[in-house]
Design a protein around this ligand. Structure first.
Ligand code: FAD
Length: 408
């Protein structure tokens, strides 16, 4: 009998789960992980590049270095998933599987937003790619006043805290340069406020007000006009800008839609709690490739990987997968170079104040701007490369823990 697990995508989720599975399964189980290239990007670092806090050259490392020797790493373009035949095709090979894990993530498609590509590099930028983040760094360096607008084109998008972090950092950056009084900062979003969850959104909205940052909610982008420097909504509202920072439309990878297993925008319909593909047996989905209603964030991919390893092990032993995952997500929210907040929530429980991960003592404060949280955010990068990707555990369960949280 073949004993093969194939993992699609060797980004955050794919690397963690491949290594985690290798740690848990005997050698008779062959584990293969496939990605189109050998360049693993630490994506949270792209937020810091425009503000000269981090250099692009520090963000990419070889994927292979972070994949355990007992895992077969293949560099190839995945072109088709066939759930009936239990096969995956790449440009050069066909792989059969007993279990498949889809972790192909999501990507920005600026060409989907009318007018955006014409303005890109002139007065429109994005920090959601390495090249874009570097171009924006150069632009902000020479910017000596005017209106900076951050626009989220459409939902869903990756890392829902990144836009609010960007405008907070812009406030810090222009203060540091002594020109804050010459710069208007506006966040234009399709959401009802600064963030997806109402209570945290109110807290971030208050902080934005204190920093003299305008938030324009419920703005559904129709077009970018780079010549006249404005964005227009479907309802006909216009916001003018001097520099536009765009988070363009985001979709799942084409291989998901080309294989006919998507929800219409490239995400795999996924069971909220078992993380099984809803329509196909022996397929699990983690990270940004799922359609589950929690953040598209690295922390989510990490928590989900734990649950999927557990459920694949259960299936191997003939046991039904368990409905464990609760939408748990944990994110730092940088307020300035030197301070940060932190949120911890799941499908049902909104971010609450309190301490994390150690009840009552911290070290980190929830929904609160502190220096310790900033050091936590910085330290997280080391943890990412050296502990999390290796599929090691931090002694925390993948689901939300209420200890330390202030309820009511
Ligand atoms: C600016 C920014 C800041 C962020 N900040 C944070 C943060 O502070 N905290 C946090 O938790 N998260 C953050 N994130 C989000 C986080 O990086 C992602 O949610 C996380 O990487 C998702 O992991 P994933 O495995 O689902 O996808 P990815 O890590 O993107 O991996 C997907 C992989 O699949 C491969 N792939 C896709 N399709 C194919 C194909 N057809 N053939 C071959 N290979 C394929 C890709 O090459 C890629 O390597 C941030 C993201 C951005 C952009």
């Amino acid at each position: 009998m073949s004993k093969k697990i194939v993992v699609l995508g060797a980004g955050t989720g794919g690397t963690i789960i491949s290594n985690n599975l290798r740690r848990h399964l005997p050698d008779e189980w062959e584990i293969t992980v496939i990605d189109r290239d050998n360049e693993h990007v630490y994506q949270p670092g792209m937020l810091f590049v425009p503000f000269d806090i981090q250099k692009v050259s520090t963000l990419t490392k070889p994927r292979k270095k972070y994949i355990l020797p007992g895992v077969n790493f293949v560099i190839d373009e995945i072109t088709r998933i066939d759930p009936e035949k239990r096969e995956v095709k790449t440009n050069n090979q066909t792989f059969s599987y007993d279990f498949l894990v889809i972790s192909t993530g999501c990507k920005i498609v600026p060409e989907e937003n009318d007018g955006l590509m014409d303005a890109m590099g002139e007065n429109a930028f994005t920090f959601y790619s390495l090249e874009g983040a570097e171009l924006l760094r150069k632009k902000l360096k020479e910017f000596d006043g005017g209106k900076l607008v951050l626009n989220i084109a459409e939902l869903p998008f990756k890392c829902p805290v990144a836009p609010i972090e960007f405008v907070f950092l812009a406030d810090w950056y222009f203060k540091k340069r002594g020109i804050r009084n010459k710069v208007e900062i506006e966040l234009v979003t399709p959401l009802n406020g600064a963030f997806t969850k109402p209570k945290a959104s109110a807290v971030f909205g208050e902080s934005a007000k204190e920093k003299n940052i305008t938030i324009t909610p419920k703005f559904e982008l129709s077009e970018v006009n780079g010549k006249e420097k404005y964005i227009e909504s479907i309802q006909g509202d216009r916001v003018t800008y001097d520099v536009l920072v765009s988070i363009p439309t985001t979709i799942g990878d084409e291989v998901i839609s080309d294989s006919g297993i998507d929800d219409g925008i490239g995400y795999v319909p996924t069971h909220l709690n078992t993380l099984q593909a809803l329509k196909h047996e022996r397929i699990y989905v983690i990270g940004d490739a799922t359609n589950v209603p929690t953040s598209k964030a690295g922390s989510v991919a990490h928590y989900e990987a734990d649950v999927v390893v557990f459920n694949i092990m259960a299936e191997i032993h003939g046991i039904k997968p368990e409905e464990i995952y609760d939408g748990h997500s944990t994110c730092f929210i940088v307020y300035s170079k030197g301070t940060s907040s932190l949120i911890d929530f799941n499908y049902k429980i909104e971010p609450l104040p309190g301490k994390f991960p150690l009840p009552h003592m911290g070290p980190f404060s929830l929904l609160n701007e502190t220096k310790a949280n900033w050091y936590g955010k910085l330290g997280f990068e080391w943890l990412y490369w050296n502990v999390l990707l290796a599929g090691r555990h931090l002694g925390m369960p993948p689901t939300l823990v209420m200890a330390g949280k202030e309820v009511g």
